[in-house]
Design a protein around this ligand. Structure first.
Ligand SMILES: Cc1cc2nc3c(=O)[nH]c(=O)nc-3n(C[C@H](O)[C@H](O)[C@H](O)COP(=O)(O)OP(=O)(O)OC[C@H]3O[C@@H](n4cnc5c(N)ncnc54)[C@H](O)[C@@H]3O)c2cc1C
Length: 420
């Protein structure tokens, strides 16, 4: 751990995309921020990340969009296909989508995005501390305190807990457990040359949806790399086995799926897999001067590609309210009215994230249908107008700062309305 120079105004626990982006956002408002990460180095999985206009809008506000575009890819379309026969079901034209929302839909290597935030934090003067495993959080008169393994403590006016799915801070607010979806994700990012003859889309995000499985493909790093994600329901998980989602299950999960998927499967990493957990939404994220952010508050299933995006939105919203509730700094005090700023954050973010977490579950159910319901779903998706944005306006539009700015939810169309 490094030694302190100034007393920080804010401690951020967790140096993932959520913690780093929040630290940057708060520093831009003139606060002194110290961030603690438990790992020895900042890092992310070497796979891809989709970032929608509700995130690139914020990156633009931070002055980071140009660098992000330079390192990522601006795909032309998002194409959804049936995983069994590879028939196209629906698509988004991402150039038109950019026109509608004012900012692009992008894909980027996770470590590139993490690196962008890390460098921005360094430039902004965030104090970055690694090898610091926070084991407990507590409120103090006028602030909050964290304790690390080994017994060291630190204090500030406010603590932001961005400590991920297994958040320690979350236990201050609720005694819940991650919800096991029984689905598992395999990832693999490879040089593009390895997929050139696999009938892939070079410039699109493609999602194949199928019975109890789906498969995602998109280019990375200016098209030099190709990212694939294979997701399936684990029979071993359903049977209650402890070791589930193992590579032997991957080998069987896509039997009967289209050749495009089967060609991609041998390129998945087999030494690591991600079991898919989310948590039930909670509406209280703030305990005194301790506030949850990112996956600590709202871990989703990844089917809407909004987990990291929501984390980035959280930091932006929090910082905007801090800016609005800030008087002149005096002595050790930052001048922020934290009760008001944290209250305004908690008034708006939990409801939005609740909607996304629940929509991601529903989206997963829709993707993974089989039999008649799969055919009904396909009919519905095929009938969607490419330029109908009623399913994206509620999430890709400007991030709400107040509850009245939160847009209407997307319309629901019952599957049974289709006679197939
Ligand atoms: C297969 C898959 C695909 C996905 N695709 C997308 C996508 O396309 N778009 C998207 O927006 N989202 C996507 N997501 C979701 C996204 O990855 C997460 O929602 C996001 O990374 C959460 O960021 P976070 O910073 O809140 O948490 P994390 O990334 O989990 O970071 C938490 C950090 O805190 C540290 N930490 C934890 N505990 C402590 C402690 N006690 N003390 C100190 N440090 C601690 C950890 O080491 C870590 O660095 C995907 C997820 C998966 C699994």
């Amino acid at each position: 751990m490094s030694s302190a120079t100034h007393r920080p105004d804010v401690l951020v626990i967790g140096g993932g995309i959520g913690g780093l982006s929040a630290a940057l956002a708060l520093t831009r408002k003139g606060l002194r921020v110290r961030l603690y990460e438990k790992a020895a180095e900042f890092g992310e999985v070497g796979a891809g990340l989709q970032i929608a206009p509700n995130c690139t809008r914020i990156l633009d506000d931070y002055g980071l969009l140009r660098e992000t575009v330079a390192l990522g890819v601006l795909p032309e379309h998002m194409v959804m296909k049936d995983a069994v026969d590879a028939e196209e079901l629906t698509r988004l034209n991402l150039k038109d989508l950019q026109r509608r929302y004012g900012f692009p839909y992008m894909v980027i290597h996770r470590s590139d995005l993490l690196g962008i935030f890390l460098r921005a934090c360094e430039r902004a003067g965030v104090e970055l501390v690694t090898d610091a495993h926070c084991v407990s959080y507590g409120n103090t008169p006028g602030g909050a305190r964290v304790t690390f393994a080994g017994g060291r403590t630190d204090e500030a006016e406010t603590v932001i807990a961005a400590d991920g799915l297994h958040s320690v801070a979350r236990t201050l607010l609720v005694h819940d457990e991650p919800v096991n979806s029984a689905y598992v994700a395999y990832r693999g990012a490879v040089p593009f040359d390895q997929v050139r003859t696999n009938d892939v889309h070079e410039k699109d995000v493609v999602v194949y949806i199928g019975p109890r499985c789906h498969f995602v493909q998109y280019p990375l790093r200016g098209g030099r790399m190709f990212n694939q994600v294979a997701v399936f329901e684990s029979p071993k998980a359903l049977a209650g086995e402890e070791h589930w989602g193992t590579p032997d299950e991957l080998d069987r999960a896509f039997d009967g799926m289209c050749p495009q998927i089967r060609k991609g499967l041998p390129l998945m990493w087999r030494d690591r897999w991600w079991r898919m957990f989310d948590r039930d939404p909670i509406m209280n994220w703030v305990s005194g001067r301790i506030a949850l952010l990112g996956d600590a508050a709202h871990p989703p299933l990844q089917y809407m590609a909004q987990g990291a995006v929501m984390a980035i939105e959280d930091g932006w919203v929090l910082a905007e309210h801090v800016g609005a509730q800030q008087a002149r700094r005096s002595g050790q005090s930052s001048g922020v009215d934290w009760d008001k700023a944290l209250g305004a954050y908690e008034a708006v973010r939990p409801e939005h994230c609740r909607r996304v977490v629940l929509a991601a579950r529903a989206w997963g159910e829709l993707w993974h249908l089989e039999g008649l319901k799969r055919l009904q779903r396909n009919t519905l998706l095929r009938s969607r107008d490419t330029y109908d944005y009623s399913f994206t306006d509620w999430v890709y539009g400007p991030t709400a700062l107040t509850p009245d700015q939160e847009p209407e939810l997307y319309p629901t169309i019952p599957l049974d309305s289709v006679n197939d």
